[in-house]
Design a protein around this ligand. Sequence first.
Ligand code: 5GP
Length: 196
Amino acid sequence: MEPLIVVISGPSGVGKSTVAGMVLEKALRLVRSVSLTTRKPRQGDVDGEDYHFVSPEEFVARRDAGGLLEWAEVHGNLYGTEAVQVDRQLSGGMSVLLEIDVQGGRSVKKARPGAILIFLLPPSDEILEERLRGRATDDEGVILKRLENARRELESAEYYDYTVVNNDLDGCVSEVLGIIGAESDKRGAEDPELPQ
Ligand code: 5GP
């Protein structure tokens, strides 16, 4: 039975990492894909856990060698998912969660049509802007770039299989777990051991 590729996307500030982290804690046979990025590590980022931090040259070399399942430029940096990492998990019977941007989500769907694409929506535009401004790590230029990008990302929700509003965190996490469980059942895949 085939395990699943699950993509979670949504605008910056919607709470993707928090939701993904909680989903990963609860679904035992689901692991997170660790992306390659040319972005510099932020405070608290752990190489090999949050991302594999690489130079632009190394990224381009791996991409041009055909090693990436998908890649995209986001906020001026390159991000990508290594196919071999995902396939290793899948063949070990683990479902894989990709927390990636919408360009990447669409590429994954093209390459692996069985992937499930989940888009997280903010409760409102105002709340999203508040959350983006509340991030102490970024300067105004970065925030404006993220806001513009967020608006563009929201338009891509229509390409996703599911949209989930992140209004209340626990509710959002349960909904995502419900989607993964239902899709696993539908395909007769081994259920990623979701809690009842
Ligand atoms: P951050 O640098 O804030 O961690 O992530 C910036 C954006 O890049 C987020 O929207 C995140 O989902 C996206 N991202 C992270 N890894 C990947 C990846 O491997 N591929 C793609 N396409 N986007 C990614």
